[in-house]
Write a protein that binds this ligand. Structure first.
Ligand SMILES: C[S@@+](CC[C@H](N)C(=O)[O-])C[C@H]1O[C@@H](n2cnc3c(N)ncnc32)[C@H](O)[C@@H]1O
Length: 250
């Protein structure tokens, strides 16, 4: 088991699907060859495989890597590696992830870039630190700041980069010689269930981070608004694509 339930991943999958950058996914696909092997790091239940497969060349071979066997058991048929990502990374012709690199430290992200050795990398839906609630409330600032600090705690791959992750990855990949492109892939949702679950997560993390912070009344108000579809939640994300400047030799 990880801290991510299959229910949470199912709840977020439609918002992720409409937020993912099709432009970057197509450019990623163009950097692949038929039969290439792809490793999805932190694959969970395989949402990215389901979404991106129609865009990819024929015969791509997937390896889904995750520390959580229960999540992997719900993923489509593929090679599955139940493995902590803090250890040995799998070999592959290209690497993808969704909602992973913000959980990792800059040092781990640097290790991933070194490990890829010039092979394509597509890191989707890394949080970029922006959270907006509409309508605003005077307590949002303090609660969201505590939540952002919590996102930089250790999450299993060193002190997490949190909202800096897409920028850290883009900088490191560019420095390693990749051509890097970034696209915003925000959630903008009034879906009551997704908004409620996200707001509850924010409130719980903010309380852990700043135990004295008054969060309960704010949470009760935000949940009432969410239930009536009167709360819009924007979560800022970036997709970042890193491809080699020259086509790989065949
Ligand atoms: C936010 S979830 C995203 C899951 C999936 N990519 C998706 O979009 O539905 C992060 C995933 O990374 C996995 N994960 C996080 N840290 C890990 C680690 N240190 N080792 C292995 N897996 C890890 C979790 O089990 C979880 O499935």
């Amino acid at each position: 088991m990880s801290g991510f339930s299959a229910e949470w991943l199912a709840l977020r999958a439609p918002a992720d699907a409409s937020a993912r950058s099709i432009d970057l996914a197509r450019r990623f696909a163009a950097a692949l060859r038929p039969g290439d092997s792809l490793a999805d790091l932190g694959a969970g239940t395989g949402s990215l495989l389901r979404w991106i497969s129609p865009l990819l060349p024929k015969g791509v071979r997937w390896t889904l890597v995750d520390g959580d066997a229960q999540l992997l058991s719900r993923a489509p048929r593929a090679r599955k590696l139940r493995r902590p990502l803090g250890g040995r990374l799998p070999q592959a012709d290209a690497f993808v992830s969704t909602a992973l690199i913000d959980l990792a430290s800059p040092a781990w992200i640097a290790r991933l870039v070194r490990h890829a050795r010039g092979r394509p990398l597509l890191m989707q839906l890394a949080v970029d630190g922006r959270h907006v609630l509409e309508p605003p409330d005077r307590r949002d600032g303090a609660i969201l700041a505590a939540f952002a600090a919590h996102q930089q705690r250790v999450k299993g791959l060193g002190p997490a980069a949190g909202g800096t992750a897409p920028f850290v990855f883009a900088r490191l990949a560019a420095r390693a010689g990749y051509r890097v492109r970034t696209a915003e892939s925000d959630w903008r949702t009034t879906d009551p269930a997704l908004v409620a679950a996200t707001i509850e997560g924010i409130a719980s993390a903010a309380k852990q981070q700043r135990p004295g912070l008054a969060v309960d009344d704010w949470l009760a108000l935000r949940l009432r608004q969410a239930a009536m579809r009167q709360l819009t939640l924007v979560v800022g994300h970036r997709d970042v694509l890193a491809v080699p400047r020259k086509r790989r030799p065949t």
